[in-house]
Every structure is written in structure tokens, then in C-alpha cells.
Design a binder for this molecule. Structure first.
Ligand code: G
Ligand code: G
Ligand code: MN
Length: 872
């Protein structure tokens, strides 16, 4: 073969290889560039949407404030609008308001949609007299209370965002709608600063704002006839016919869009919650992809070309990569700086975190939590929440939950406070982040107290009484949990409307938070009349609702505090009304109402004192254990077989405090976990001491609170205590009340199985006081059933209690459980129980709970070894 052919072949071969490598390299870089581009574009769109959202929210707030101003109400309320005085006053107010908030126009509409007054004076194109009833922002504000709408001004011929808010008088009669129009330039500014093209797009694909002026008020994809008609009916864009820019979507997931003249862009997209259906788009140019031709000839010539240009091409690739990376970073840096500036304007705390590690925060967040920025960055977001709320927040993070929810926050000093979180997943430099907006609910509570203070002043002036109702809907959470938040929201709206119809025009109704309402009664003096008014509320609430095809009935619990008897400051009144509501519920009055009384407050005070001392019981060594023997009947004698461990608290400062007083507090505060662990440990240690002294063996029953069982490490702890102390598991029995069984079926079943698997026995305690369902006994692995002492005590007097005791014993035996009767105080009771074949007896007749040394003497005297099994 001639060398030339070989060389040519070789050259050709080299070229082919080089060509293929270059093609592969090109493809690879192209894909990488695409991916990088995509993430930076999405980030840009997301950051812009957060920015806009923040501004939209603050304007919503501003509009609500304007709608609540007295001159606004007055000018809408007066019949004769030529009343110059209030007209001039209102106009001055609107004008100040508009200028201070950099709005373009502020105006008020009558309930018929007529512009009653606007802020500007004597200028051409004044809006007064125009009717805007056809505009969606008017209709929606009347219907929903407030709305945001983007449109072209009919008279002013300027694009703007319209914030509408319903104006109501003190009796919630509708007076009209307040509108604040903000120039779109305020929003457009942020769209202009990024490289690339950012757009604010309406739900139909019409460009509302953009740096590309020639695109504004044109549609990206073209509109159908019916959409055009709709837009014209609302005169959203001042009756303009919307032209088509002729874009088409292409590429995977429509990530590319192509202009009519064939220029293509990458697209990033983010939604705006405040303007439903509206989106932010961010576009970046796409370089045209080199068209490799398919014919052999051209491939070969391409190879040559490619071969000679390889180095040049490689060089260019490298340079472009570098440029792109630099510009993407710059862009991000810019938008981050702007985001910072914007977030500093809101009163909402903003925290950005990555899997819980805070990477950014704003000033408001520092204020709310009391940490400096340096302390927040890199800290764990979970430490800003009350420990018991962390699991909820983690759950919401993992599921990408985006609705606002209420939990408890924790400030630097440890202070717990209610807050609302609204979090959203986003991307930053291609990595997943979560942006959390945090509202300190004590702030909104402050608004309520302010309003109450005003009412108090008015009551003073007029020498009248004032009554505060604190209303909390019963178990409202279950509606949200079972049928979703939208359902819950609709139910709340319906509830609000019902309350309104049942109140007189002198009363005011305030939504306090979530499912809590405050009502101020201004005209009622005596309790009878107040009760009657509340009964009316209760009744109207009870009537069935029909929502989303479901029949629902609601109830609420009411707490009442009157001025001045039950408090002279707004804070006191609110607190006391709330306390009355809680007490009412605690005493089984759910669905009813209670007037505040001084005893309630004393009791709350006492609880607080108890709680403070309870925090130190273990370090101060103030707890001790008593043991109450449990006997069985054998051969005409009562023989010891087990003991219930009962905790006693002898406080250095408060003296002796009964467990019925402090255990519920320990449970509410979570202190029971630490205290319960101490009890279990101490009981096992004591049990081992007696065991090693060769005293008769007996079973030891320890009360365990549901809160303890719910701890994740309960089983681990139990194992550890058993192995540390050496106390045999078979001689330990845990007494559990029904509470936990009700709360979570699967969880309870799982944990009880695990306890049994260790060899520890289980007793269901206080049987008869809760739901006492037969099904518990079947479903869960209990060994013993303890009949509550209240039934044993009343047995002689109350036939139904006798029946319950009898039935419980039968039922338990039917399911191979042994029965222990508590509170046996006399012989008659003992005999009756024996007749019914009750297995074990506990009570003052046999022995009171006694300290360890006394119990030791009981053990020493008990001649026969205890039988751990049922004697038969
Ligand atoms: O012990 P009496 O003595 O008054 O107890 C009152 C209540 O306190 C009872 O219902 C009892 O179950 C509860 N209690 C007593 N000791 C303990 C204990 O050690 N742990 C728990 N969780 N509850 C206890
Ligand atoms: O955990 P439980 O609710 O089972 O608590 C047992 C409680 O019953 C303890 O408070 C104990 O002091 C109390 N007790 C035990 N025997 C009697 C009795 O015969 N009469 C009365 N009134 N209380 C008793
Ligand atoms: Mn018990």
C-alpha cells in the first residue's frame, strides 16, 4: 500500500477521532453549561419572586391600615358627601398617606363601586365620580376583604398594582373599599437590575412588567378570543387589544422558548402567591447549537475543519465557560444584595436555611429572636423553636409544606412565644434552600390590646361597662387535619359571618389568631344579658354548616371578663378572659362559657409558683417514694404480692404537695419526663436493696405518664435502668392510664409491645374514668386492669358503679387479665369484690401508702414468699 494512502488513512483516522472527540467534548460542555444556566436562571426567578412577595405583603398591610383609619370610615359613612369638612379632612389624609407610602393614587369606593374621593386635588383626570364596579379588585375586596390586582389605569393610563381592602364600620357594616395603587415601576426596578430579561407575567401570559419595553402588555403566546374579551370586559389593560409576541415553547420541560424571529431563550419560573396565577419569568439567551450536517461529505470536511480549529474551539469553550461562570456569580451576588436590602424593610423575620443550618437572616429575625446575625448564621434553626415543636417543623420541611402554620418560638433568653412560620423551598447556587418568613404573633396580639385600650378609654368617657369575650373553637384542628386547610379557612369564614349575625351593632368582633376570636360587648351591663347574648352565639354556631358537601357542626368555649371589675388594662382583661376560657374547658365546660373570678387568677398564680419550685425538685432532693402494698386472698388470709410506687413531694418552701396537684403540672410542662425517670430509677434501686437483703420478692408497680411514653428514647431508658440497677424485668409492672391509648393507636400499640418484649408487665390504670373501652383490652397487651378507686368507693351507694365493677371483672377475666381493685376502704367493699372474684386488693383498709422503711417491716413480717402468679 502506498505510503500516501496510509498517511491519508492515518490523517483521516486522526481527523475522525479528533472530530468525534471534539463533538463529544462540545456536547458535554454544552450540557454542563445548560445545567449551570438552568440553576442560575431558576435562582434568579425565585429570588425575584421572594422580593416581590415581600413588597406585595407590606403594601397589603399598608392598605389594611388605611382602610381602618377613622377619616376613611367617616367620609364613606356620611350621607351627604358635600359635607366639606370631613371631605377635606379625608382628602388630606389620603394624600399624606399616598405620598408617604410612595403610592401613585389612593381612593375610596362606595359599596356600589363609585369613586367617592381620591387623594389628588383639582387635577385633570380626577377619578371622583367614576364607577369601577366592573373591576375585579372591587368585586373581590367586597367579597373577600382584600385583594391584589395588576392592571392598566383607565384614566391615568399607567400600569400599577392595585391593593383593595374592604372598609367596615364598628358594627362591621360595609362602607366601601379602599384602594392603593402602586406604580409598577416600583416593582419593575428589581426586574431591571439583573442581566438577562426578567418578566412579570399575568395568568394569560401577558407581560405586565419587564426591562424589554417593547414586550410590555403583549402576550408571549397569543390569546384566545374569549380571553381577549374577558380582559376587555375588566378593562384590565384599558381596553387594549393584546398583541402576540409569537413565542413558542420547546425543549425538555419547556425550558427553552423561541421567539418568532428564531431567537431562543432559557427560562426560569417562579409563582407569586399574593397574585394568584401570576409568575416571574427569567430569560437568558441561548447560543445557537452548531448544526452538524448529516451527509458523509460534509462530515469529512467538517472533521478537517474541526481538526484545524480544535485548538481554537477548545480555547473559545474555555473562555466562554469562564465568562459564564463569572457572570452567573455576579448576578447572584447582585440579587442577593438586593434581596438583603429588601428583606430589611419588612417586620417579618426572614431566615434562610439549608437542612436546618441557617445561612442568612434579616434584621427583623435578629429582633424577634434576640440573637445577633453572627450568632444566627450557621446556627441550627431548631434551637429557635420550643423543643416540642421541632418535630412538626422538621416534618413540614421534609414534606415541603408551604402554608403558614403556628408553633412556639424560643428567644435567646429562653422565652417561649407564639409565632407563625411560612416557609418555601428554593434554590441558591443550585442548592436547595428553604426561606422561612416568621411572624411574631405577640405583635398581632399587641394590635388587639391597642384596640381594646381604645374601647376602654371610650367606656371611661361614656361611663359605660365593657365586656370582653375570649372565644376558642373546640378541636378546630381536626378539620384542618382531616379535610385540609382550605376547608378550615372556609369554615372559619363561615363562622365569622355567623358570629356577626348574632351580635348587635354595638359589639365588635376581632379575629385574634387562627381559631380564636375576641368580642367586645359595649352595651351590656348585667350578667343575665351577657349570658343571653353568648347563648345566642352558642346556638348559632351549633347549627349545621354545609361546606364542600359536608355537614359540620361546631362548638366554642367562651371566657368572659368585664371592665372594670375583672381588670383595668387591656392586657389584664384579655388575660383574664383567656384564663376563664381555659378554666371552663378544664372543668368540663367545653362548648359553654365561664365568667372570670378572682379565684381563677389565684389558682393560676399558685400553679406558676408550683411550677417554678417543681423545676428544682430533683436537684434539691425533695422527692421521695411511698409504697402501697397490694394483697391477694388465700386461705382466709390476705397475702402481700405487690406494691404500687407513689411519689411524694416535700418542698422546703411549700411544704407537702400532693401528687394530684403537681403531677398534672409536671405533665403540662414536660417536667414529668425527668421526674418520671428519677422515680423509675429510684424504685428499681430500692427494689434491689430489698432483694439483696433476701426479703420476700414482690412485684413493683410504677406509674408512667403518657408524656414519658411518647419520648423517643423511653425504651432505651427503660432498658438502661433495668441493666444498671439489675432489677428483674418480670418483677416490674408499668401502670398506664387510658389517655395515651386514645391519642395514637398505632404508636401506643407499638410502644406497649416493645415494653412487653423486655419482659416488663403492664397494667391499665384508673379504669372506668376514661372511655374504658373493651377494645383497649383486646388490642393492647395488658396483664392487669386496675379498677379506679372512685368506683370501689361508691359501690355500696351507687348501683351503677356496682354493675361497672362487676362487668369490668368479668370482661377482664374473659380476656385473661387479672383485676386489681383500688381504694378498698372497708370490709363490705372487700367482701363484695371477693364475691365477684376480683384478684387483688389495694386500699386504706389493708394499708395506706407508706415510706420505704415501714414497707421494709411489712416485707419482713410477711411470712410466706409472695407468689408472683395469680393464686389459684
Ligand atoms: O398518690 P396519690 O397519692 O394521691 O396519687 C395521686 C395521683 O398521682 C394518682 O393518680 C397517681 O397515679 C399519681 N401518681 C402518684 N405517684 C406517681 C408517680 O410516681 N408517677 C406518676 N406518673 N404519677 C403518680
Ligand atoms: O395511680 P392511681 O390513680 O392508681 O393512684 C393511686 C392513688 O390512690 C394514690 O393517690 C393513693 O394514695 C390512693 N389510694 C390508695 N388507696 C386508697 C384508699 O383506700 N382510699 C383512698 N381515698 N385513696 C386511696
Ligand atoms: Mn396507679
Amino acid at each position: 500500500m502506498p505510503i500516501r494512502t496510509i498517511l491519508l488513512t492515518l490523517t483521516l483516522f486522526c481527523c475522525v477521532v479528533a472530530g468525534i472527540s471534539v463533538a463529544l467534548y462540545y456536547r458535554q460542555t454544552h450540557i454542563t453549561a445548560l445545567e449551570r444556566e438552568e440553576s442560575s436562571i431558576n435562582t434568579a426567578a425565585n429570588l425575584l419572586s421572594v422580593e416581590l412577595e415581600t413588597t406585595l405583603k407590606s403594601y397589603k398591610q399598608i392598605t389594611a391600615t388605611m382602610a381602618a383609619m377613622p377619616p376613611v370610615r367617616e367620609v364613606l359613612a356620611i350621607e351627604n358627601r358635600q359635607d366639606r369638612k370631613s371631605y377635606i379632612q379625608a382628602k388630606a389624609l389620603l394624600n399624606d398617606f399616598c405620598i408617604n407610602n410612595l403610592a401613585s393614587i389612593c381612593y375610596l369606593l362606595s359599596p356600589q363601586g363609585d369613586v367617592v374621593i381620591e387623594n389628588r386635588r383639582d387635577i385633570q383626570g380626577n377619578l371622583e365620580g367614576n364607577n369601577y364596579a366592573f373591576r375585579p379588585y372591587f368585586k373581590k375586596s367586597m367579597l373577600l376583604g382584600d385583594t391584589v390586582y395588576a392592571a392598566y389605569g383607565i384614566t391615568t393610563h399607567k400600569r400599577g398594582i392595585y391593593f383593595g381592602h374592604k372598609v367596615v364600620d364598628q358594627n362591621n357594616e360595609v362602607l366601601g373599599v379602599a384602594v392603593v395603587k402602586v406604580p409598577v415601576e416600583k416593582f419593575e426596578q428589581s426586574l431591571k437590575e439583573l442581566s438577562g430579561i426578567s418578566l412579570l407575567l399575568d395568568p394569560d401570559g401577558v407581560v405586565f412588567a419587564s426591562k424589554r419595553e417593547s414586550w410590555v402588555l403583549k402576550s408571549l403566546w397569543g390569546l384566545s378570543e374569549s380571553v381577549q374579551t374577558d380582559i376587555q370586559a375588566n378593562r384590565q389593560y384599558a381596553g387594549k387589544h393584546i398583541e402576540n409576541l409569537g413565542f413558542t415553547k420547546s425543549g425538555k420541560d419547556n425550558r427553552l422558548i423561541q421567539e418568532a424571529d428564531s431567537k431562543a431563550y432559557f427560562v426560569g419560573e417562579a409563582d407569586l402567591l399574593s397574585l394568584p396565577g401570576w409568575r416571574i419569568l427569567h430569560l437568558e439567551d441561548v447560543d445557537p447549537v452548531s448544526p452538524f450536517s448529516s451527509s458523509i461529505v460534509s462530515i469529512v470536511s467538517w472533521m478537517f475543519l474541526v481538526a484545524s480549529f480544535t485548538s481554537l474551539l477548545l480555547f473559545r469553550m474555555g473562555m466562554r465557560d469562564l465568562r459564564r461562570r463569572l457572570s452567573a456569580e455576579d448576578e447572584l451576588k447582585n440579587s442577593e444584595i438586593r434581596l438583603r436590602q429588601l428583606t430589611e424593610l419588612t417586620s417579618e423575620g426572614i431566615l434562610i436555611h439549608q437542612q436546618g443550618t441557617i445561612i442568612d437572616s434579616n434584621h427583623a429575625a435578629e429582633e424577634i429572636f434576640g440573637y445577633r446575625r453572627e450568632e444566627l448564621i450557621t446556627a441550627d434553626i431548631w434551637q429557635l423553636m420550643a423543643p416540642e415543636c421541632v418535630s412538626t417543623a422538621v416534618h413540614h420541611m421534609l414534606s415541603g409544606y408551604e402554608r403558614p402554620y403556628d408553633i412556639e418560638g424560643q428567644r435567646k433568653g429562653g422565652e417561649i412565644f407564639p409565632m407563625e412560620i411560612c416557609a418555601r423551598d428554593s434554590l441558591l447556587r443550585g442548592e436547595g434552600i428553604r426561606v422561612c418568613c416568621i411572624r411574631d404573633l405577640t405583635q398581632s396580639q399587641k394590635q388587639v390590646t391597642d384596640r381594646l385600650s381604645k374601647a376602654i378609654e371610650a367606656a371611661d368617657r361614656e361611663g359605660k361597662k365593657l365586656t370582653v369575650l375570649y372565644i376558642d373553637l373546640d378541636n378546630f384542628k381536626r378539620f384542618n387535619d382531616s379535610w385540609g386547610h382550605d376547608f378550615g379557612d372556609r369554615l372559619l369564614t363561615a363562622t365569622t359571618q355567623r358570629f356577626r349575625t348574632a351580635l348587635s351593632k354595638h359589639d365588635s368582633l376581632i379575629r385574634y389568631s387562627g381559631d380564636e376570636f375576641i368580642v367586645l360587648l359595649n352595651d351590656l351591663v348585667d350578667e343575665n344579658k351577657i349570658s343571653r347574648r353568648i347563648n345566642r352565639l352558642i346556638r348559632i354556631l351549633k347549627e349545621e354548616y354545609m361546606i364542600e358537601g359536608r355537614n359540620i357542626s361546631l362548638s366554642a368555649t367562651f371566657g368572659i371578663a368585664s371592665y372594670p371589675e375583672h381588670g383595668v388594662t387591656s392586657k389584664e382583661l384579655l388575660q383574664n378572659a383567656e384564663l376563664a376560657m381555659y378554666r371552663c374547658r378544664e372543668m368540663g365546660g367545653q362548648g359553654y362559657f365561664a365568667f372570670y373570678s378572682n379565684e381563677m387568677s389565684d389558682e393560676a398564680q399558685q400553679r406558676l409558683t408550683l411550677e417554678q419550685h417543681l423545676r428544682h425538685v430533683i436537684e434539691n432532693d425533695e422527692l421521695s417514694l411511698h409504697y402501697q402494698p397490694v394483697y391477694y386472698h388465700d386461705d382466709g388470709n390476705e397475702k402481700l404480692c405487690s406494691a404500687e410506687v407513689l411519689v411524694r413531694w416535700n418542698s422546703a418552701e411549700l411544704g407537702f404537695v400532693g401528687p394530684d396537684k403537681f403531677i398534672p403540672i409536671a405533665e403540662n410542662t414536660g417536667l414529668i419526663v425527668e421526674i418520671g425517670r428519677w422515680i423509675l430509677h429510684s424504685a428499681c434501686v430500692q427494689g434491689m436493696i430489698w432483694s439483696q437483703a433476701k426479703l420476700p420478692e414482690f412485684r413493683m408497680a410504677v406509674n408512667v405518664s403518657p408524656r414519658q411514653l411518647q419520648q423517643q428514647n423511653f425504651i432505651e431508658d427503660l432498658k438502661l435502668i433495668l441493666s444498671e440497677t439489675g432489677f428483674p424485668a418480670e418483677r416490674l409492672c408499668l401502670e398506664i392510664t387510658e389517655g395515651i391509648l386514645l391519642e395514637d393507636d398505632q404508636f401506643a400499640s407499638h410502644i406497649l409491645q416493645q415494653i412487653k418484649a423486655l419482659g416488663v408487665q403492664l397494667a391499665i390504670d384508673d379504669f372506668g374514668t376514661g372511655y374504658s373501652s373493651l377494645s383497649y383490652l383486646k388490642r393492647y397487651p395488658f396483664d392487669y386492669l386496675k379498677i379506679d378507686r372512685s368506683f370501689v368507693m361508691d359501690m355500696e351507694r351507687d348501683e351503677s358503679h356496682q354493675q361497672l365493677v362487676k362487668a369490668s371483672i368479668l370482661m377482664a377475666h374473659g380476656m385473661s387479665l387479672k383485676v386489681i381493685a383500688e381504694g378498698v376502704e372497708n370490709k363490705d367493699q372487700l367482701n363484695y369484690l371477693k364475691q365477684q372474684s376480683c384478684d387483688y386488693f389495694q386500699g386504706y383498709l389493708l394499708s395506706k401508702p407508706i415510706p420505704a422503711d415501714s414497707f421494709r417491716r411489712v416485707l419482713e413480717k410477711s411470712t410466706r414468699r409472695c407468689s408472683l402468679n395469680h393464686p389459684r
